[in-house]
Ligand binder design. Structure first.
Ligand SMILES: [Zn+2]
Length: 103
């Protein structure tokens, strides 16, 4: 197997793994297992950056841009629509992240 095939295979595997990781991270946060939740959030961020994966917009909106945590409205974040932006206040790191809403 060539170097490029190996890389493509790893990317495919990571892309297949990502949706289940989002679900698992949410479950851990809802159960209150914060350390496992943070470790999974970190892993998701690592896989995204390493393999240059495209994350669906729905997941992108629910990720803190500062601490890379998965945001769950009502649990660890506050979400408001303000001036055409979706503004999420992360309660883990106490920072705002903005995402422009499409028309
Ligand atoms: Zn945060």
């Amino acid at each position: 197997m060539s170097k490029f095939e190996k890389k493509a295979r790893a990317k495919r595997e990571a892309a297949a793994l990502l949706p289940s990781l989002f679900g698992k991270a949410r479950e851990f946060r809802k159960k209150g297992e914060i350390s496992k939740f943070k470790a999974l959030s970190k892993k998701i961020s690592y896989l995204k950056n390493k393999h240059k994966l495209n994350v669906p917009l729905s997941e992108k909106r629910h990720t803190c841009k500062n601490c890379r945590c998965i945001l769950i409205p009502g649990l660890n974040c506050r979400v408001r629509a303000r001036d055409g932006f979706l503004v999420a206040y992360c309660l883990e790191c106490r920072r705002y992240s903005k995402l422009k809403l499409s028309n």
